[in-house]
Design a binder for this molecule. Structure first.
Ligand code: SAH
Length: 248
């Protein structure tokens, strides 16, 4: 019986893969991976390693979660080293916890291998620091997918602090609702907001705007994309002057 490594693959840029994840990918007998995994990572597997795509992003599941859980279990019965590769970090809206519980309940050894989450790295590589003294003393990472039909029924918008950065993952299709709710809790229509599409990758697009104009400017951007709201967003303009965007 083998072990399953619930491994974060980072936000896209191959070099944001951790050394630990790279070592495990090279050692793996089986790699089970999602849609957002950089193909350069998969090119690192050893000969004979079985790579299984279970493409999962938002609602476009190739395999339902319970079948993914079963697949992990079955592969762990047959092989020593099973690597479950997910975009970013597997416990940030990645269902890593569910997979861990499933394996644990069946006596399969597992280990979480942290990855660089898109929530922090994507804004950062676009020159938006998610906290900054005097502008933002905390940040919150929220899923835009939780209640698509219910207009964010489960999210208590009133609890958002004035000086907090909010990062919405899986939220592009909810952009107009997000803007509406933020205006309702008293954010100014000039409040800074950005959408970052395919962050950390060569075809990254960053659109900075205000609550007033972001929807028109950004709703058609390709996915994956995240939304970041807060005074820190306005820092990008200064930080991006005279500096090339980082190597990709
Ligand atoms: N576990 C992942 C997040 C999974 S939810 C992590 O820690 O990063 C998937 C969402 O993450 C996408 O809908 C998008 O909002 C965001 N995302 C992931 N990679 C991204 C990228 N390269 N650029 C922009 N957003 C990204």
């Amino acid at each position: 019986m083998g072990k399953v490594y619930l491994t974060g693959a980072g936000p896209g840029d191959f070099e944001l893969l951790t050394l630990k994840a790279l070592r495990l990918v090279r050692k793996a007998d089986v790699v089970i991976y999602d849609r957002l995994i950089n193909p350069q990572i998969l090119a690192e597997v050893k000969e004979g390693c079985e790579c299984i795509y279970v493409g999962k992003e938002n609602k476009h599941h190739i395999l339902p979660q319970d079948e993914i859980n079963t697949l992990l279990y079955e592969k762990a019965l047959l092989h020593d080293c099973v690597v479950r590769l997910k975009g970013g970090d597997s416990v940030v809206f990645g269902r890593g916890g569910e997979e861990a519980l499933f394996l644990h309940a069946r006596g399969i050894e597992f280990e979480f291998v942290p990855g660089v989450t898109s929530a922090i790295a994507v804004p950062e590589m676009a020159n938006i620091p998610i906290t900054h003294r005097g502008k933002s003393i905390s940040f919150r990472v929220v899923t835009g997918y939780e209640a698509p039909q219910k207009g964010y029924a489960q999210l208590n918008w009133e609890t958002f602090r004035q000086d907090e950065t909010i990062i919405f993952l899986m939220g592009l299709h909810q952009l107009s609702t997000i803007v509406k709710e933020l205006l309702k809790i008293g954010k100014a229509s000039s409040y800074p907001i950005a959408v970052i599409s395919r962050g950390t990758l060569v075809d990254e697009q960053v659109v900075v705007g205000t609550l007033c104009d972001i929807y028109e400017k950004a709703y058609q951007l390709p996915t994956p994309a995240l939304i970041i709201v807060g005074e820190v967003v306005a820092m990008r303009e200064i930080l991006t002057q005279n500096s090339r965007i980082g190597d990709r």
